[in-house]
Write a protein that binds this ligand. Sequence first.
Ligand SMILES: *[C@@H]1O[C@H](CO)[C@@H](O)[C@H](O)[C@H]1NC(C)=O
Length: 115
Amino acid sequence: MALGLRLLLVWLCLLHSVVGYDYEEGKCAFPFRYKRRTFYSCIRSSSKHDWCSLNKTYQGYWKYCGKQDIADCAFPFWYKRMIYRECTDDGNLFGKKWCSLTQNFNKDGIWRYCD
Ligand SMILES: *[C@@H]1O[C@H](CO)[C@@H](O)[C@H](O)[C@H]1NC(C)=O
């Protein structure tokens, strides 16, 4: 019985690492290029579910998006005359924290909320 439980635990551990590895392989490659546009988030157009490209330039590899599929903040980023190394509520009307998705917010203006 004890041995059986041990084997089960070892097996679960292996399974977990395999699944974790697969998940790492299948990350959205933000920002990615698709049809001459650059995307910083998942795409909904012409499909029922959001999806993203797994390559920086779309090559037919893709996956459906989940909650965790968001672009990383591009720290440090430049906003107005300051360099930010973490999310900020500066300039947000609702006092909610946000971050830039490129290093130059002044030029690109691409952002998302933090959490
Ligand atoms: C595109 O991404 C897939 C999945 O991560 C990978 O298997 C494939 O090798 C990538 N293609 C290129 C050309 O890097």
